[in-house]
Design a protein around this ligand. Sequence first.
Ligand code: SAH
Length: 217
Amino acid sequence: MNVGIGMTSQRTRMRMLERLKEQGIKDAMVLAAMNALPRHPFVEEALHSRAYEDTPLPIGQGQTISSPYTVARSCELACQGRILERVLEIGGGCGYQAAVLSKLAKEVVSIERIAKLVGRARLTLRGLRINNVLMKNADGSHGFKEAAPFDAIIVAAAMPYIPEELKHQLKPGGRLVAPVGAGESQHLVVVDASPEGGYSERILEAVRFVPLLEGVS
Ligand code: SAH
């Protein structure tokens, strides 16, 4: 008998979905993507039973998998109810958010500075037969010019400010979502690239992310 099955079953995932709706997530495509995708393969086996709780969990190397709400909120803001062509994620970690994005975009590029996490994320994605995510081991602070422009850019680590060169990697009409600030004082910031050129910026709710660090490791 598999004693773990109840903890990771479709019903547990459905409860996570109900909670996300209660918390205000409305985008049907984001909810469907998170319903279709198991979350426990992205954390260590000892944490499988906690994978659907609304909490960040350790993924090794001092990093965490973001809470389901944080992932849903960023994806909802970034996608604006459309299916996207190409998305960039900065701070790929265990690959969970990239996997969610793989259902919301034709192509996902995810940059993670810690090689060990990249290796594990690639294996997890392959195990789930997700083939439209490119996991890249690099410092994503400056984005990824070679693959630009993107319909959306999601940053999963707190930046002190949003660099201009990152905004320039958005398509006209595209959107960037990033936590900006340091320590306890961080806010989610949304930058829209207007179709006519130029950028507009909105500061949303307070958030708590790990800091963006320079260099690879
Ligand atoms: N998106 C992940 C959350 C990862 S946490 C999820 O689905 O759960 C943030 C990640 O950002 C960490 O793994 C950290 O190593 C990474 N990170 C920090 N600075 C970075 C940088 N400059 N470039 C790329 N990744 C970075």
